[in-house]
Design a protein around this ligand. Structure first.
Ligand SMILES: Nc1ncnc2c1ncn2[C@@H]1O[C@H](COP(=O)(O)OP(=O)(O)O)[C@@H](O)[C@H]1O
Ligand SMILES: [Mg+2]
Length: 310
């Protein structure tokens, strides 16, 4: 385990920001911490890296109890904070150099790795510019460059794509994948279900300070998904069709609205070919057919009764 927390608790006054959180992140994975605003993600991360001290519970990083003052931990962890941490009156290169020094780099290695980080984040040709001229997405990328120049084994990213253009967003998601391929373990927090779905192998879903589910995406979806929805658009509707479709093995429910049929079916049991045959036998053609699989959004909805983004 690269990170292990045991019953981590943090209160702010009456707010229980983090409520007995147990997380386990293993080497080499991209782990997603998914939850709405105010769930407690940033507070959890701050305790992982020693920026906030827990009221109760423990954090272990690289198998050692963390206290925020451990040099080995500092040199091997890179943090991309939610709030941009860059200096407007330093150039892009000076910013990255400043952070790389803090993380312990010196001399030739410092210069080489700063150049690599700027290159990696697509900022090499802007290294002499000041970040006040940068777009939101470029500032985010600079924020990332500052966190990775020392080539950490563990990279923690706190909502790195909030409020930026799609191009920078894609650049950042590609970067996360590449950093992971190069060997870094990544802890990625987001309230964007799609990003976590796309990037992460294992996920913890957090709400109101608590981890409400944790596991692989498939394990989480299996929590909620006994049924799938099959939505079929038809050229024409024959009203005996509903009964005929209900008779197909695995179909539990069939409804028609205008020329669209919706089937509720036990997961992976229905023969789509059989469904199409039944429809064709009534003289109708299938214009489109969509099997809607459960998403992390539906997991969140089922476990909390609310939408991830309200
Ligand atoms: N420094 C603080 N003082 C008081 N309340 C805080 C502070 N930091 C966070 N909180 C509260 O703790 C809860 C969790 O916040 P946070 O960890 O920032 O959530 P997230 O990162 O998931 O949006 C929220 O209710 C937030 O208002
Ligand atoms: Mg946050």
């Amino acid at each position: 385990m690269i990170i292990k927390t045991t019953d981590l608790v943090k209160r702010f006054g009456d707010t229980l920001a983090v409520d007995h959180v147990n997380l386990g992140i293993t080497q080499g994975e991209i782990f997603g911490l998914l939850g709405p605003n105010g769930a407690g993600k940033t507070t959890t991360i701050n305790m992982l890296v020693g920026l906030t001290s827990p009221d109760a519970g423990e954090v272990a990083i690289f198998g050692k109890k963390a206290n925020g003052h451990n040099n080995e931990v500092r040199r091997n962890v890179g943090i991309v904070p939610q709030e941009l941490a860059i200096y407007e009156d330093l150039t892009a290169r000076e910013n990255v150099t400043f952070f790389a020094r803090l993380y312990g780099l010196k001399g030739e290695q410092l210069q080489t790795q700063v150049s690599q980080a700027l290159e990696f984040t697509g900022l090499a040709d802007r290294e002499k510019q000041f970040p006040k001229k940068f777009s939101g997405g470029m500032k985010r990328r600079l924020n990332i460059a500052c966190a990775i120049a020392h080539q950490p084994k563990l990279i923690i990213m706190d909502e790195p794509t909030v409020g930026i253009d799609p191009q920078s967003r894609n650049h950042i998601l590609d970067s996360v994948r590449l950093l992971n391929k190069q060997g870094a373990t990544v802890l990625y927090t987001s309230h964007y279900m799609e990003e976590v779905e796309e990037l992460c192998s294992r996920v913890a879903i957090m709400d109101q300070g608590r981890i409400i589910a944790q596991g692989t995406k498939e394990e989480l979806k299996a929590l909620v998904a006994e049924e799938e929805r099959i939505v079929i658009e038809l050229s024409a509707v024959n009203y005996t069709l509903v009964d005929e479709l209900k008779a197909v093995g695995g179909v539990n429910e069939a409804t028609i609205a205008e020329n669209t049929v919706t089937l509720l079916a036990t997961k992976n049991t229905v023969s789509i070919g059989r469904v199409v045959d039944v429809i064709n036998a009534t003289g109708s053609d299938v214009l489109s057919l969509n099997v809607e699989k459960p998403t992390l959004e539906s997991v969140f909805l089922t476990l909390t009764g609310k939408k991830l983004r309200d």
